[in-house]
Design a protein around this ligand. Structure first.
Ligand code: PLP
Length: 284
């Protein structure tokens, strides 16, 4: 496997950054994950726009132009012969003497990128069965809308889910509303068939897949409501699912050990997953 680190393509196993890197010391960095479907980067425009927004929020200057970033991502897909998988991209405030305050503006930012292949059949098999989720308190900082590598609460929530036999954790705010998943956006379909998902405000990461699903659902003429829902409302829903660049649309069949709807992947979720596939095929 070949990775990209600060201007060089290098064997993944030998790739590394300084122990002084601020992402290592302070999680002072941002990232993106872009799905590769049949060799094409899905929703690249949306991901690059969000990367620019995250960079702005942290006052980070990416070391490469957008055109160069696009080139690097394509090189990684090609050199690693990834047909299905994802590209991971991270930009940090660089390596400097350990002090909280920003280093001098001359300190170069760090750019790391790599590609990872995955088996699309495994995702399909999982979607046919559906996944279980658990609800856990959302203990993150107040800016989860910025895609930073500061993911410890997400890691702990995901691990708790795994240990409970679930795939994802739904994060619940102090008022009892589900904000999103540890690494996905959260959706329910109510008994009238309306799609409900948390508004893209500062309480969630505005998913690129989420935005694409909203477009697809609109074109399909589905009713859409961007509002927060509670765990009780999710229990009462006809269907539920999660969305993310690598999971795409993944039906949720169980919440905190209780089945949702019929306890099987629902027609709306499966229909959206199929429609997303069509969109991805056309992007190639
Ligand atoms: N919410 C969180 C916390 C995430 O980490 C992710 C990323 O996978 C998402 C939502 C989904 O975002 P996207 O669809 O852009 O992958």
């Amino acid at each position: 496997r070949i990775a990209y680190v600060n201007g060089r393509y290098i064997r993944h196993a030998e790739a590394g950054v300084s122990i002084d890197d601020r992402a290592f010391l302070f999680s002072d960095g941002i990232y993106e994950v872009i799905e590769v479907f049949q060799g094409a980067l899905i929703d690249e425009r949306g991901h690059l726009d969000r990367l620019a927004r995250s960079a702005g929020a942290l006052r980070l200057t990416p070391p490469l132009s957008e055109a160069a970033l696009k080139f690097v991502m394509r090189e990684l897909v090609a050199r690693n012969r990834v047909r299905h998988g994802h590209v991971y991209l991270q930009i940090t405030r660089g390596a400097a003497r350990r002090e909280h305050v920003f280093p001098s503006a001359k300190t170069p930012t760090t750019l790391v990128a790599f590609a990872q292949a995955h088996d699309p059949d495994a995702g399909e098999a999982k979607a046919r069965k559906g996944i279980a989720v658990i609800s856990v308190p959302d203990i993150r900082w107040k800016r989860p809308d910025i895609k930073t590598v500061s993911l410890l609460p997400n890691v702990l929530a995901k691990q708790q889910a795994r240990e409970a036999g679930a795939y994802e954790a739904w994060l619940v705010d102090a008022d009892g509303f589900v904000t999103e998943g540890a690494s996905s956006n959260a959706w329910i379909v109510d008994k009238q068939g309306a799609l409900i998902t948390h508004p893209a405000d500062s309480a969630i990461l505005s998913g690129i897949t989420r935005a694409r699903i909203l477009e697809i659902a609109k074109a399909k003429g589905l009713a859409l409501v961007e509002r927060a829902f509670t765990v009780a409302q999710a229990h009462d829903a006809a269907e539920a699912f999660i969305s993310g660049a690598t999971t795409l649309v993944m039906p949720v069949v169980k919440l905190d050990g209780r089945p949702i709807g019929a306890g099987a992947p629902g027609p709306v979720a499966l229909g959206l997953r199929a429609a997303f596939h069509e969109f991805a095929v056309k992007s190639g």
